[in-house]
Design a protein. Sequence first.
Length: 285
Amino acid sequence: MFNNIKQFSICFMSFCFTTIFSNALCQENNYTIYALKFGERTNKIPITEIAVGATGNDSVNVWFMYYLLKGNNGRTILVDAGFTADAGINPKFIKYRQPDSMLQKINIRPEDITDIIVTHPHWDHIGGIDLYPNAMVWMQEDDYNYFVGKAWQPGGNSGGFNQKDVIKIVNRNLDKKLTLVHGDDKEIIPGIKVFVGAKHTFESQYVLVNSKPEKVIIASDNCWFYYNVENLLPIPITHDTAAYTKNLSRMRTMVTNQDLIIPGHDPLIFSKFKKVALDVVQIEE
């Protein structure tokens, strides 16, 4: 078959290279997912304030959290960034620690963060972006434009926005550390897609993550609590109540296990999944 050793060696090396290259192409990008709680409200709120159409006298705790995605591809990604002291929090109502301090519990440094996917620019989700100096920030273009522009014009809606965060995200853009995403069902990073339509802010987004054994939706405030998605009840803060409800239904079709629709403020996340440290759970691996 081979006329000489040199011809055999060339063929063998070619086979090895092809095999290695094919395996690299076929390797699926997967992420280990963590939820990290860094704060909470000091008082419960009525369930009627977190779901339009809810009835009864139940009340719920509100926790503040963000999410870390540790990829097998070298990416270390945050979904949302929490907030810092310049949010002007009254400690009588909210207690918290600086969100980046939570990363040490899973042996991650703030400078290790390669990307931050901002689901929406409310103060408790975007205010911490400057804690991660090396990260590329990903944000919906329409949400960005509204946040830095029309929200502050007559007739605009700046509720939940912090003026200091406008400066932060504009500076990120000037530093070429912001990527604007336009539209729905976009793979922005290998193994990670973003979706829009809930209209919590002008064009808030949620995140579908490749993980094992199943994909996970990081809904953030596109679903505040499991109660919202279980009962298909929208939250009161949205530009379009019907669109918000429609997207709750859509999320339910995107995963096989409804627990894997991870809401933005629900303490139940920390009892449904494996605890790996105080106030840190591992959702999937």
